[in-house]
Design a protein around this ligand. Structure first.
Ligand SMILES: Cc1cc2nc3c(=O)[nH]c(=O)nc-3n(C[C@H](O)[C@H](O)[C@H](O)COP(=O)(O)OP(=O)(O)OC[C@H]3O[C@@H](n4cnc5c(N)ncnc54)[C@H](O)[C@@H]3O)c2cc1C
Length: 452
């Protein structure tokens, strides 16, 4: 669907022609004035970088965004669907409507990237040429990769909530749940929003108490990690919270198979966990075309320089968001911070300048803990989540690694920020793309580094 005539797609204009407004940087890089920027994926990262590019370059670039469907989901709200706190259709909007005028939205499934030809092949046979390519294809959920998970009991006693359909089906099952053992299992890392399974446990504790079912229910979190989270300070604080709420944690649990008839989950080392209701966070992998195009690592995530976001495969191919293999959380907030680096680096690339190494792995996310409270994490490649205040020292007003009602309100308010500021590519004042140490309690840091 074209939202505005895209202009001279194949026209290579001479530098002197036309009187078009040109950025000085763009003049002299090569003979073509209009650069074609192709973005694969119209999720959080693809949409916000497309809108930022359009704001920065105006008609000086042709921007096309490809996605296999036209339903943009605000994924953080998937957490609330199983508890009846939001309706599934209220978290979805058409992708094309989130893009600024002048950006072309192309519905189609990417089959492969032909790096040598600067072309992307779609499954319908069309070939899309580009000068700069941005891969923002997120992750694929792979429940069928766990033996037995999608067999007997799938959609009856075993569910996922990382998709709209899965969350809606789980909602129905929760309504009929009368107590027993509720098992939340992270099959393997990496996953999107690694704290979301903890949030599910905390909300389940609240929801079951409200319905008088908590005494009759055991909540178990089975995780491949050796604690509640990957980083030690947060793992300790979150571990204590899980314990306080009587949520059992089965650590270093590497799920191997599910026996849906017997309602049992088995790890590779044959540890058995019986369940009445299984909430699985399934295996995640990169989009299939990534590996097939020579862009990915063994999990299908795009190999990029972790500070510039340029791929290792080609200088004119970049990536952002969950699709990348950078060692930080897969989170919308990360895609948002990465976009600040990416916009500068695409500008620099088009101008033939050196790229800046400004992405520091910055991630932050709210963790809903039930009873109208939440806490906030803020970290990067080097600095683990620490207690303190955010975004300003002393005054906050948000609390880091400490439950507060304000953090809960912040989590709810983020919905509106997402649709109206973040996705349209506007700057969110007060939140810096790079991690700030001001306000953090560094006394908990271990002496010689090792906080990664
Ligand atoms: C339950 C849950 C809770 C979460 N909570 C939070 C939170 O509180 N805070 C936070 O920051 N993040 C949270 N996240 C994570 C956040 O939603 C993602 O990290 C973010 O959406 C990633 O953006 P992305 O653009 O990389 O991928 P996506 O938004 O997933 O977009 C990828 C796009 O690529 C498209 N695509 C893939 N392959 C192809 C192909 N072959 N052809 C065409 N199109 C293709 C897909 O259709 C999709 O639209 C949560 C996620 C979940 C599931």
């Amino acid at each position: 669907m074209v939202k505005e005539a895209p202009g001279a797609r194949e026209v290579h204009l001479a530098k002197t022609i036309g009187g078009a407004r040109l950025k000085p940087d763009l003049i002299g890089h090569d003979e073509r004035i209009t650069k074609r920027i192709l973005i694969l994926g119209a999720g959080t990262g693809g949409t916000l970088i497309a809108n930022k590019l359009r704001r920065r370059f105006g008609a000086e670039t042709e921007i096309t965004v490809v996605d296999k469907d036209d339903r943009h989901v605000y994924q953080p709200d998937l957490l609330f669907v199983p508890f009846g706190l939001v309706a599934p259709n209220s978290i979805c909007r058409p992708r094309s409507k989130q893009l600024r005028r002048g950006i072309e939205f192309r519905l189609g499934e990417v089959e492969r990237v032909e790096i040598e030809k600067n072309t992307v092949k779609l499954k319908d046979g069309e070939a899309l040429p580009y000068d700069v390519l941005i891969v923002a294809s997120g992750v694929e959920l792979l429940p069928e990769e766990t033996e037995g998970l999608t067999g007997p009991g799938w959609g009856e006693s075993a569910f996922i909530y990382y998709s709209v359909e899965g969350a809606a089906a789980l909602r129905k099952a929760m309504e009929g749940f009368e107590g027993g053992r509720l098992v939340v299992n992270i099959v393997d890392m990496p996953i999107k929003c690694p704290v979301a399974p903890l949030e599910f446990c905390f909300l389940a504790d609240w929801w079951l108490q409200k319905r008088g079912l908590r005494e009759k229910t055991e909540i178990v979190l089975a995780t491949p990690l050796d604690g509640a989270f990957t980083k030690p300070v947060a793992a300790t604080i979150l571990g204590e919270l899980l314990e306080k709420k009587k949520i059992l944690v089965e650590t270093e649990y590497s799920a191997g198979r599910v026996d849906g008839e017997a309602r049992k989950l088995y790890s590779w080392d044959e540890r058995e966990i019986a369940y009445d209701l299984l909430v699985s966070i399934p295996l995640h992998g990169g989009s299939a075309f990534v590996e097939g195009s020579g862009l990915g690592d063994e999990l299908g995530f795009v190999n990029v320089d972790q500070n510039t976001l340029q791929t290792k495969a080609a200088a004119n191919v970049f990536a952002l968001g969950d699709a990348t293999n950078v060692p930080t959380s897969k989170a919308g907030a990360v895609a948002h911070f990465q976009a600040e680096t990416l916009i500068e680096n695409i500008d620099r690339f088009l101008a033939g300048k050196e790229l800046e190494k400004s992405f520091d792995g910055h991630a932050n996310c709210f963790i809903e803990t039930g009873f109208s409270k939440a806490l906030l994490l803020d970290f990067n490649y080097e600095v683990e989540p620490l207690p303190g205040k955010f975004p300003f020292p002393v005054v906050g007003p948000m609390a880091l690694l400490k439950e507060s009602r304000l953090d809960h309100l912040g989590k709810l308010a983020f919905r509106q920020l997402y649709w109206h500021l973040l996705l349209p590519g506007r700057r969110i004042p007060t939140i810096s793309a790079q991690l700030k140490m001001a306000g953090k309690d560094t006394s908990l840091l271990r002496p010689e580094g090792g906080n990664g």
